[in-house]
Design a protein around this ligand. Structure first.
Ligand SMILES: *Cc1c(COP(=O)(O)O)cnc(C)c1O
Length: 342
């Protein structure tokens, strides 16, 4: 097998040639002392792009989300979020374990919780109740097919939160994908939240790193919590330079990933035995149902095509390291597989 077509995730993207070269010569310092000029440059650039007061470079998106939870709540508080959010499904229970939070999860359809349900979950004053601290949003909503959630919905949730004195955290791991689909700026999406986490290590191709953004006051607390969690890095400019290249050069090309995902979803729509929610294919992912998904995944793997299971679905992700050739290869393998089933 000479070639692997890796559709498992956009996290598999390797740093670009330009990133690798820039890492060799970049200026660095000790970032825990605030001395790394490149980390400082990345943080200012991101804050400017998302129109937030300050940004904080963190090792991973999970750490960024977890720091936000701690900044915006006290242990024993309650948070309201989607039952299929990354924070609930993929962060090893950290909201409970690390932030000491009780989670109130709501059913989600195409990335949206019902705003009336959200309202009902907000606790009033009662000696028995925990305090509701914040509402978490995710856009695009990964588990619902990478669906982009409308700014109107985010605005509605933000208004509910504000009227009750709550904060909003946005898990914007792929915020630029959502913004691209919705044809608006990432800053607009960020404006509906107090804190926002964005990943540099997914579609933007950085090897490592995410950013948490918010007010100066929140980021001051966040910096201290990052240190507590062991996320204070030293000559992190070596990584931050890749983030700068990601934010300045890699956003525009995300549209290619969206186009390939969309073409692939159209292709699947015509195949008997495969079903998918076409409407939710907005960004770079395609989730589909097929009988015995693990068998398909194994069959593709034998041919050097990697995809991942998600419950009883299959997930295919498009990114910088898979092109039209890989897409054609995937389509042919699926045609062969489903043809044999007929
Ligand atoms: C990937 C991802 C994260 C976490 O990022 P890591 O860097 O993998 O920890 C958080 N939220 C969403 C929606 C993600 O897709």
């Amino acid at each position: 097998m000479d070639r692997i077509s890796d559709f498992r995730s956009d996290t598999v993207t390797r740093p670009t040639e330009e990133m690798r070269k820039a890492m060799m010569t970049v200026e660095v310092g000790d970032d825990v002392f605030g001395d790394d000029p490149t980390v400082n440059r990345l943080e200012s650039l991101a804050a400017e792009m998302l129109k937030k007061e300050e940004a904080l470079f963190v090792p991973s998106g999970t750490m960024g989300n977890q720091i936000a939870l701690r900044v915006l709540s006290d242990p024993g508080d309650e948070i309201i979020l989607s039952d299929t959010s990354h924070i609930i499904q993929h962060e090893v229970g950290a909201a409970a374990r690390l932030a000491g939070l009780q989670t109130r999860t709501l059913k989600t359809i195409r990335g949206r919780m019902d705003p009336d349900e959200v309202k009902k979950c907000i606790r009033g004053e009662d000696i028995h109740f925990p305090k509701t601290a914040l509402i978490c949003l995710e856009n695009p909503h990964n588990d619902d097919g990478g669906v982009a959630v409308s700014p109107e919905y985010m605005k509605e949730i933000k208004a509910i939160a504000e009227s009750e004195g709550l904060h909003v955290h946005l898990d914007g791991a792929r915020i630029f994908n959502a913004a691209l689909h919705l044809k608006l700026s990432a800053a607009e999406l960020a404006s509906y939240a107090d804190t926002v986490m964005i990943c540099l290590s997914k579609g933007l191709c950085s090897p490592v790193g995410s950013l948490l953004l918010g007010t100066k006051e929140h980021m001051k607390k966040a910096r201290k919590i990052r240190k507590m969690l062991g996320g204070g890095m030293r000559q992190a400019g070596i990584l931050a330079i890749c983030g700068i290249i990601g934010l300045t050069k890699m956003i525009e090309r995300l549209k290619e990933d969206h186009e390939r995902a969309s073409a692939f979803a159209d292709f699947l729509s015509d195949i008997p035995g495969i079903s998918l929610d076409r409407e939710s294919v907005n960004t770079n992912m395609v989730y589909f149902h097929i009988k015995d998904n693990m068998r398909v995944i194994r069959t593709l793997e034998e041919q050097g095509i990697l995809v991942i299971p998600h419950g009883d679905r299959v997930r295919v992700t498009f990114h910088n390291d898979v092109g039209d050739g890989d897409l054609e290869r995937l389509k042919k393998a699926i045609t062969d597989y489903t043809g044999k089933l007929l």
